[in-house]
Design a protein around this ligand. Sequence first.
Ligand SMILES: *Cc1c(COP(=O)(O)O)cnc(C)c1O
Ligand code: SF4
Length: 343
Amino acid sequence: MIPGIVVKNQTKNTSSLTSSSWQAALAAAVRDPFELIRLLELEGQGVDISLAAARQFRLLVPHSYLRRMKRGDWHDPLLRQVLPLAAEMQPAMDFLMDPVGDAEAMVSEGVLHKYQGRVLLVTTGACAIHCRYCFRRHFPYSAANPARDHWQDALDYIASHPEITEVLLSGGDPLTLSDERLSLLCERIAAIEHVQRIRLHTRLPLVLPERIDERLLTWLGKFNKQIIMVIHANHAQEFQDAEVQAGLKALREVGVLLLNQSVLLRGVNDSVPALAALSEALVAAHVLPYYLHILDRVQGAAHFEVPEDEAKALVAELRLTVPGYMVPQLVREVAGEGAKTPL
Ligand SMILES: *Cc1c(COP(=O)(O)O)cnc(C)c1O
Ligand code: SF4
């Protein structure tokens, strides 16, 4: 059986309708912690869930992602990424609202220029999943919205800086934008001569695989500048889905370069077997491991932290376990630095 073919044909049939099925899948995502618990058949008091944390940063998890979680397991690595816990509400020293210095790097609304040659656009505040460790969980999206003036300031900034060769679309998640808006934005960026590449940072190929439909693939495939997609996978189990595999294959087939960056997370991927399995799953899907990030110290995420010494030891041992190309670069983002800091 070739599951990819089956899935793609299904996508093709539905995408000819006007409203996209991925938007319906996103609208149907689970937003209520109790519904999540019921669907996963979780019993007893496995962990300390916090409704206050869920109010501060809403629970959001699409059904496709949920189907990859193990039933009845409070410690499932995918569940842990989305479940609001009491630990989030405990103030932690040195954990900040803006740990990576986004505010000081903002050169225009939603435009972050930290590194030479690359500029990052915060395209939207919307995501298809809410990751509890997110370093932008407190980001002032409504006050930093480059779409307000139809991107004009952002585009002017890029056009007036000939040294910018790569534009990163981030957020939030840029793939939550409709194809109309996203393709128009990409076209306008690509029309700036010195821009050579557009890089999309997105979790949607993993968490909402319905998003990789014929409509998206068609315009990506015809795009006149290189498209790089950095998917943010943290665990091998995230790949155990035929539609995810088919989506990644389809992206590759239209010429998108696929990379991955992960965050090293306590209770999710903080072991050599978990990291090795993740790299194996990535490479099997033709995605190269790029970065493994030390957790950004954002308020609410302290319980995910793996100390730097332990992180270094894990990666050193990983290096003895898998081929070199399966070892991501261990990095930390230091506010004010000119690049991610390798460890
Ligand atoms: C991480 C980041 C980039 C990209 O850095 P690379 O090392 O090229 O992946 C660019 N701009 C900003 C603001 C970033 O945070
Ligand atoms: S911005 Fe990325 S890490 Fe943060 S909640 Fe959205 S998908 Fe998750």
